[in-house]
Design a protein around this ligand. Structure first.
Ligand SMILES: Nc1ncnc2c1ncn2[C@@H]1O[C@H](COP(=O)(O)OP(=O)(O)O)[C@@H](O)[C@H]1O
Ligand SMILES: [Mg+2]
Length: 408
C-alpha cells in the first residue's frame, strides 16, 4: 500500500460504506461469472458489490482489535516484520483450529498489518485487499486470513511468510540476508510470474498495479507470493482495451504509457515485472540515487547493455558470478528486455513469461541452497560487472520505494 494517503484518495472516487463497488471501479469485471478450473486456484463467486457484501461474503474472519492486540503482544515494536508506506506489519499467533487469537508463541504464526492511525482515508485500499484476497486463491498469492474493522482501526491478517520480502533478500546487507543464488532468483521470478499470470487470466481479470520487490513475499522454500492488493483494479471488460485511472504506483516500476496516459492494462504489470526481473538479475534497485549520475534509473541505464550480447554482463550482479551459463543469462536478460518494450504490443503476456522462466529453471533438486561463492565450474561465467568497484560492505541508505500518485 502507498504512503501518500491523502493524495491517493483524491486520485479516485470515494468508497463509502454501502457503495456499490462496481459503480466506482472503472471497467469492473464481474468475477461471479467465472468459475475455477483448478483445485490450486480459485475465484469464489459471487462478486461482492458493497462493502457490507465484501466483508460478509469473504471467507475471512472478522477479528476484534482486542483479539489482534492479544495475538501480537500489543503490537510489540520488536515483532515488526516490515513497514510499508501504509502501516506496520507485526508477527502474531492464532489457534490453528479455531483461528482465534492465541497465546504468543503458540499455535500458528500470522502477519498483522495495521494501517496508520490517520489512515481512515486508506479505508478504500484496505477494502480492496479484503475484496481481492478474500476471493482469489492461488499458491502464488498470499492468503488473507482475516481483518479488523473497528472505529478508525483497519487491520489485515495474513499467513506468515517466514522469509519476508524479496526486497530484503536482494537489497539488505547483513548476515541474515545472504545473496540469493541464481537458481533461487529464477525460482522466485517464476513464482511471482505465476501469481501475475493468474491475476491476468480470464478467471480473475485483475490488474495488480503495484508489482515490486517489497510486495513479493517468500515462504520457507522460497516460493513467491504476491501480497498488498491495495492498488489492484478490475481489468477491462468486453472489447475495452484498458481501464482509465489516475496514475498510481511506485516510481521506477510504472509502465511509461500508463504514466503518460493513465490507461491501465495487464501489460502495465508486465512492464513492472520486467523491472523486477532486472532488479533480480542486476542486484540493483529500480531507482537508486546513491549510484553515480546516469545510473539512477536502472532501466534507462541497463537497456543499452541488455541489447548487446557482449555487454550484458555489465548489468549482471557480480555476486552471481560462476553460477550461470552464458545462454541462460542471455535468455533471462532478453526476457527482461521484452517485458520492458516501450511498445506494449512487443511485451509478452504473463503466460509467455511463465513458459520462458520454466525453461530456465534449475534441474530439480538443484534449486535450493544459497549461493556458494567461489563456485568454479568452468562452464559457468565469471566476469566483472560494473559493480565490482563497489564495496558490498559500504553502508548505504536507501529511501524505501512506496506507492503514490505518479506524474509523468
Ligand atoms: N505475510 C507476511 N509475512 C511476513 N512479512 C510480511 C507479510 N506481509 C508483509 N510483510 C512485510 O511487511 C512489508 C510491508 O507489507 P505490505 O503489505 O507491502 O505493506 P504496505 O501496504 O504498507 O506496502 C513487506 O514488504 C514485508 O517485508
Ligand atoms: Mg507494499
Amino acid at each position: 500500500m502507498g504512503i501518500c494517503l491523502s493524495a491517493r484518495i483524491k486520485a479516485e472516487s470515494p468508497w463509502h460504506t454501502g457503495t456499490n463497488m462496481k459503480s466506482i471501479s472503472t471497467g469492473g469485471t464481474d468475477l461471479s461469472s467465472s468459475t475455477s478450473n483448478s483445485k490450486a486456484s480459485s475465484v469464489a463467486p459471487p462478486t461482492p458489490r458493497s462493502e457490507g457484501e465484501i466483508l460478509h461474503s469473504s471467507n475471512v474472519k472478522s477479528y476484534s482489535l482486542a483479539e489482534l492486540r492479544a495475538a501480537t503482544r500489543n503490537f510489540r515494536p520488536d515483532s515488526v516484520l516490515g513497514e510499508g508506506g501504509f502501516g506496520s506489519v507485526f508477527k502474531g499467533w492464532i489457534d490453528e483450529n479455531t483461528s482465534a487469537a492465541a497465546k504468543p508463541g503458540t499455535g500458528m504464526v500470522i502477519a498483522v498489518k495495521r494501517l496508520n492511525q490517520e489512515g481512515f482515508q486508506g479505508h478504500r485500499e484496505w477494502l480492496a485487499e479484503v475484496n481481492y484476497l478474500g476471493q482469489l486463491y492461488h499458491p502464488n498469492l498470499v492468503r488473507l486470513m482475516g481483518y479488523c474493522l473497528e472505529d478508525e482501526h483497519r487491520l489485515l491478517v495474513y499467513e506468515f511468510m517466514p522469509r519476508g520480502s524479496l526486497e530484503n533478500h536482494l537489497f539488505r546487507r547483513g548476515s541474515y540476508f545472504q545473496p540469493l543464488s541464481w537458481s533461487l532468483r529464477l525460482k522466485v521470478a517464476l513464482g511471482a510470474a505465476k501469481g501475475l499470470a493468474f491475476l491476468h487470466s480470464s478467471e480473475a481479470k485483475v490488474i495488480y498495479r503495484d508489482f515490486k520487490t517489497s510486495n513479493i513475499l517468500l515462504d520457507s522454500n522460497y516460493n513467491a507470493k504476491l501480497s498488498d492488493f491495495g492498488l489492484a483494479k478490475d481489468g477491462p471488460t468486453g472489447d475495452k482495451s484498458h481501464v482509465s485511472t489516475r496514475v498510481m504506483g511506485t516510481h521506477g516500476y510504472a509502465a511509461p504509457e500508463y504514466l503518460a496516459t493513465g490507461h491501465l492494462t495487464a501489460k502495465s504489470d508486465v512492464y513492472s515485472f520486467g523491472v523486477v526481473l532486472l532488479e533480480m538479475l542486476s542486484g540493483r534497485r529500480a531507482i537508486d540515487k546513491n549510484r553515480p549520475l546516469g545510473e539512477h534509473n536502472l532501466v534507462e541505464w541497463a537497456k543499452p547493455y541488455l541489447a548487446n550480447k557482449r555487454k550484458v554482463f555489465r548489468v549482471l550482479d557480480n555476486r552471481l558470478e560462476g553460477q550461470y551459463k552464458i545462454e541462460e543469462a542471455h535468455k533471462a536478460t532478453t526476457l527482461a528486455l521484452r517485458c520492458l518494450s516501450m511498445n506494449i504490443k512487443f511485451r509478452p503476456n504473463m503466460e509467455d513469461v511463465v513458459v520462458a522462466l520454466e525453461q530456465l529453471q534449475a534441474p530439480k533438486g538443484n534449486e535450493n541452497g544459497q549461493s556458494k561463492s567461489g563456485n568454479s565450474n568452468n562452464q559457468r561465467v565469471r566476469r566483472h560487472s560494473a559493480d565490482d568497484a563497489r564495496s558490498t560492505n559500504r553502508p548505504v541508505s536507501y529511501p524505501r520505494p512506496s506507492a503514490s500518485p505518479l506524474y509523468a
